[in-house]
Design a binder for this molecule. Structure first.
Ligand code: PBG
Length: 307
């Protein structure tokens, strides 16, 4: 069977699960035979480098560059990404044409019943500057060291005692059918911008694919993530910055955006919130970014590069 569409995806188990979900959503929305959307697996820079903190590599577009090349070269029609891993500044000729309905936005703590229950000075593994800062803010005694690899690798590190605990996104664990860990409430650990959302990109000038993707776009997720990403762009943040943001749609249809910036060791912290009417998400994200940067002490400001 000739594929209707070719979907670019990374080949980690989580990426493949997300790509299959996307393919199934497209097939269902358009009444296509199951299996008519095909996957094209792509290895990204982020997949190739396993031994260093990604922040150390410092490169941009670690999880997207190679997928973009297949998309822009016309091999694939669309790319499926964990929205959290998609830089807030993207190539001009690409667009996020659909978001799948967002999953559980919380982080789960693996290896301990709660943050308080971690032993004094425990070694906690994560490569996320946000999780590191949020954790040290509550538990400055802990020793945070870099932990990388896919979800299974990270769980193995805990099982084998290399680290006492780690954090993983509930969304990723759920998509892999893994029940381990305790969810940390968002008041305690505000998630990363875009966490738990799946972003589907295509070429801006590919009207056919855009129309097909329009059918599976989830409006509440789009509104929330648009505000979170605008906030992130406004502060000049990346996956290397201790930044958190979460939008929620409220009963009156307004968007409630909460965000925080931290210093690397969590000692300094600024947080704020804003509400936005439909269509104002982008502006609200930018306004909150300016407000928080304006209030942030120097040790936070130096971590960000506002435009
Ligand atoms: N940075 C890696 C990454 N990108 C997306 C997810 C999980 C799924 C999601 O947030 O959508 C993860 C792993 C994790 O943070 O546990």
């Amino acid at each position: 069977m000739t594929p209707r569409l070719l979907v670019g995806t990374r080949s980690s188990p989580l990426a493949l699960a997300q790509a299959r979900t996307t393919a199934a959503a497209l097939e269902a929305a358009h009444g296509w035979e199951p299996g008519s959307v095909h996957l094209h697996e792509v290895r990204t820079t982020g997949d190739k480098v396993q031994d260093r903190a990604l922040a150390e590599i410092g490169g941009k577009a670690l999880w997207t560059k190679e997928l973009d090349q297949f998309l822009l070269g016309g091999t694939t029609h669309l790319s499926v990404h964990s929205c959290k891993d998609v830089e807030s500044e993207r190539p001009d000729n690409l667009c996020i044409a659909a978001f799948l309905p967002r999953a559980d936005v919380r982080d789960r703590l693996i290896g301990a019943a709660s943050i308080e229950a971690l032993s004094q000075g425990a070694k906690v593994g994560t490569s996320s500057p946000r999780r590191t800062a949020q954790l040290l803010r509550r538990r400055p005694d802990l020793q945070v060291s870099i932990m990388r690899g896919n979800v299974a690798t990270r769980l193995n590190h805990i099982a084998s005692g290399n680290y006492e605990a780690t954090f993983l996104a509930a969304a990723g664990l759920d998509r892999l059918g893994i029940e381990e860990g305790r969810a940390i409430e968002i008041d305690e650990f505000l998630p990363a911008p875009g966490q738990a959302a799946i972003a589907i990109e295509c070429r801006k000038d590919d009207a056919d694919t855009r129309a097909l993707l329009q059918a599976i776009d989830d409006e509440p997720t789009r509104r929330a993530v648009t505000a979170e990403r605008a906030f992130c762009r406004g502060v000049g943040g990346s996956c290397h910055s201790p930044v958190a943001a979460l939008g929620l749609i409220e009963g009156d249809d307004s968007l409630w955006l909460r965000a925080e910036l931290l210093s690397s060791d969590g000692a300094a912290h600024v947080a704020g919130e804003v509400r936005a009417a439909p269509g104002e998400e982008e502006a609200a994200g930018h306004a909150l970014a300016a407000e928080l940067l304006g209030r942030a002490p120097a040790e936070i400001r130096l971590l960000f590069n506002p435009a």
